[in-house]
Design a protein around this ligand. Structure first.
Ligand code: AMP
Length: 342
């Protein structure tokens, strides 16, 4: 029992419980900087080794906003759906402090639809179908109150739309985090190359980093991608954690080895939502705080994969989140001084 053997450990657990209780409630952290999330709000069809669902609410902005809503409020969404999108999901967003004034509902049109099938390792997947529908001619109109948001998450979306959003902001946000995926790297490379230099933090997975940089080594890929413009780069490695690069600094966040992963869909967006939500809550965009933010983002992603679709993100408590962050800490903590004294 480490808590009895090691008084330092006991002290840390005690301090952690106090700090965790304070984190979500105390005024110290309640900078509550305004956050705008842009991305798809969609329907997904998902097949994993554990089951199949033909139609479930998904989309990058759905996962990211739900995740961020545990840290800061209000979350503002700019996106578009068709009249087939369920009104009760929009009501659920609103209940959680997600402002949907910027969510356009196109009468007579269909919402974006994506379908994917996961391989047995649950780390890789094939996209079976992408129907852009309402996203094809999406003109992102930013309601007046949202154009001054300090934190902007440009979630997975057409790079031209991401660019338009940035141009329409009343002033440059304090932090712009951008996500993209292989679909846009393959089909919209030139537009993407214009958008990437305008972001502060680019968040992509290892496969996308290799595709974008044409380099296998992630260390070399990171250098190439940061030379395109973003000062900070996050490379997500699924069940193998995430790397945070900034200049010559590198930080690694593990992924929690979970006994059961049901559906990894949205894990990347949930990660991004937790990351920027934490930064918006604390108001601190230093590299050191980004290290904490990627742990919180990873903790949120670890919940997301426990159930199909965004379901798990609808039932979390602050207590569960802080306990999971503690699990991350325990996973990698070791006493370096003791190790060297042996
Ligand atoms: P992730 O698993 O984090 O990569 O995100 C999966 C989510 O991204 C799904 O809910 C999809 O609806 C959404 N998605 C998939 N492809 C695209 C795309 N090309 N553009 C925007 N969103 C997408």
């Amino acid at each position: 029992m480490p808590i009895l053997r090691n008084p330092c450990y006991a002290a840390r657990v005690f301090l952690f419980i106090i700090a965790a209780a304070n984190f979500f409630n105390s005024q110290k952290y309640n900078c509550m900087s305004t956050l705008l999330t842009v991305g798809s709000v969609a329907f997904d069809a998902i097949e994993t080794p554990f089951g199949k669902i033909d139609k479930i609410v998904g989309g990058a902005a759905t996962y990211a906003s739900l995740s961020a809503s545990y840290f800061t409020k209000p979350i503002n969404i700019v996106s578009v759906v068709g009249d087939d999108f369920p009104a009760d999901m929009i009501a659920e967003f609103n209940k959680r402090g997600i402002n949907t004034e910027g969510l356009q509902i196109k009468q007579g049109e269909k919402s974006f639809f994506w379908s994917g099938k996961y391989h047995a390792d649950m780390n890789t997947r094939d996209t079976l179908d992408t129907q852009l529908n309402v996203l094809l001619n999406f003109d992102p109109i930013i309601p007046e109150g949202m154009a001054t948001c300090e934190f902007l998450l440009l979630g997975n979306l057409l790079p031209q739309v991401q660019m338009t959003v940035l141009e329409r902001m009343a002033k440059r946000p304090k932090l712009v985090v951008m996500d993209t995926m292989n679909f846009w790297i393959d089909t919209q490379y030139d537009a993407l190359m214009k958008m990437i230099p305008l972001t502060d933090v680019l968040s992509i997975n290892d496969e996308e980093a290799r595709l974008l940089s044409k380099e296998y080594s992630l260390r070399k890929a990171a250098k190439i991608i940061m030379a395109m413009g973003p000062k900070t780069l996050i490379i997500k490695k699924g069940e193998h954690g995430a790397l945070l690069f900034n200049g010559n600094n590198v930080f690694f966040a593990p992924a929690l080895p979970l006994e059961e992963v049901f559906d990894p869909t949205g894990a990347g967006d949930t990660f991004a939502g937790g990351f920027i939500g934490y930064l918006a809550k604390t108001g601190d965009i230093s590299f050191d705080n980004m290290k904490r933010a990627i742990i919180f983002g990873s903790a949120m992603a670890s919940f997301c994969v426990e159930k199909f679709g965004p379901e798990r993100l609808l039932s979390l408590t602050d207590k569960e989140i802080t306990a999971r962050v503690n699990d991350f800490y325990d996973l990698v903590e070791f006493d370096l001084i003791d190790a060297l004294n042996i």
